[in-house]
Design a protein around this ligand. Structure first.
Ligand code: F6R
Length: 360
């Protein structure tokens, strides 16, 4: 049941800290049979395949695997991958990400990869789903059933599993040890506690809603590992509030999208204070100079630096930059949730969408 929550989506957004904690505990307690375990040291490439929000989780993982574990990663949409039938590396592995485990395109992609003798690892939420059954090995997100059509806790739980895999890959490949050390003793604990803090910012997030009041369109910008979060923020907004929204890598602005900017266009900038921050700020100034109304989602330092450049600011807790996607996700989920509620749309059952896409 929804308990005291107005919608399943809000309930599931709030379940994220416990869903992640459970997922990590589950991962720590399994002992993988040697024959089944992926050895990232033996791979020369990892191919990630998924659809929708699960695809965005894969995109975050690409930044993580490449930077932390020095592993080449390609991420593809299942619907493209399956028909392109790309050549596969002899020393490659494939990773499929799916909440339902039944997505038709992802399942077909898995079958193609298996026919090419690839090692196939899956991250699923539904045990005994087709994708789980047909994979060489399965890692589960333990976020419980997700009822709301828009994925929330499944997404961050997928990130939790992927983060676990990245740490394992770094260890096996003897790579990125400094980065891992910089995460501190328990990055998992840091994520869970800062997610709680983001959830306490609901009232602050409601205050930025005037930004979307009369909007017919919105743009989300991010760089690096927050670029997928910009894509996810835009997808969430369009799915449940029906506002047309696009996510862009901030550096792409000049190559076309900036033509869309005019007075009143809301632009959401997802930019924690990291090594790319200055770059994003100059993008922020470019859109603002053209009349856009800007919402900056950042941490303490980022918000301080940008106070005078942004129309609205949501300050999130400061975390290690690698962990930023976890908490920025929660902020963009809440933003689209409250926008949709204000617009009076059917948040849990958006029009034209099904929870599990078992047909093409
Ligand atoms: C968006 C959403 C979809 C799914 C996509 C893949 O909120 O829920 O984009 O992420 O249909 O579904 P799974 O993960 O079940 O393969």
């Amino acid at each position: 049941s929804k308990g005291s929550y107005e919608h399943y989506m809000l309930k599931e957004i709030h379940e994220q800290p416990s869903a992640l904690a459970r997922t990590w505990e589950g991962l720590a307690s399994i002992s993988v049979p040697r024959s089944k375990e992926v050895d990232f040291a033996k791979l020369d490439k990892l191919q990630i395949v998924a659809c929708g929000t699960s695809f965005y989780a894969g995109l975050v993982a690409k930044y993580w695997f490449e930077r932390v574990a020095g592993l080449i990663v390609e991420v593809d949409l299942a619907s493209e991958f399956r028909y392109r039938e790309p050549p596969m590396s002899k020393k490659g592995g494939c990773l499929f990400i799916s909440q339902s485990g039944e997505t038709a395109d992802t399942l077909a992609a898995l079958r193609f990869a298996k026919s090419k003798k690839q090692y196939c690892l899956s991250v699923v939420n539904v045990p005994n789903s087709s994708i789980a059954r047909e994979s060489d090995y399965v890692l589960r997100t333990l976020c419980g059933p997700e009822i709301g059509v828009a994925s929330t806790k499944a997404f961050t739980s997928q990130l939790a599993v992927l983060f676990h895999l990245v740490k394992k890959a770094a260890q096996q490949r003897k790579c990125g040890q400094d980065l891992i050390k910089s995460l501190g003793r328990s990055p998992e604990h840091d994520v869970v506690s800062s997610m709680h803090q983001v959830l306490m910012k609901e009232n602050r997030i409601k205050e930025v809603l005037p930004l979307f009041k009369d909007a017919t369109s919105a743009i989300f910008l991010g760089r690096g590992q927050c670029y997928p979060i910009a894509l996810e923020g835009a997808l969430k907004l369009k799915e449940i509030s029906y506002i047309h929204a696009e996510g862009y890598a901030a550096g792409e602005l000049k190559h076309g999208p900036i033509a869309l900017i005019d007075e009143g266009m809301p632009v959401v900038v997802v930019a924690p204070y990291d090594r790319l921050f200055e770059k994003v700020v100059s993008n922020l100034q470019e859109v603002r100079a053209r009349g856009a109304k800007v919402l900056l989602i950042s941490d303490k330092l980022g918000c301080e630096m940008c106070k005078s450049y942004a129309d609205y600011i949501i300050e999130l807790p400061t975390v290690n930059e690698i962990l930023a996607p976890f908490i920025n996700s929660v902020a963009v989920q809440l933003l689209s949730y409250f926008t949709a509620v204000e617009r009076g749309t059917d948040v849990d059952q958006p029009r034209n969408l099904a929870k599990s896409v078992t047909v093409e």
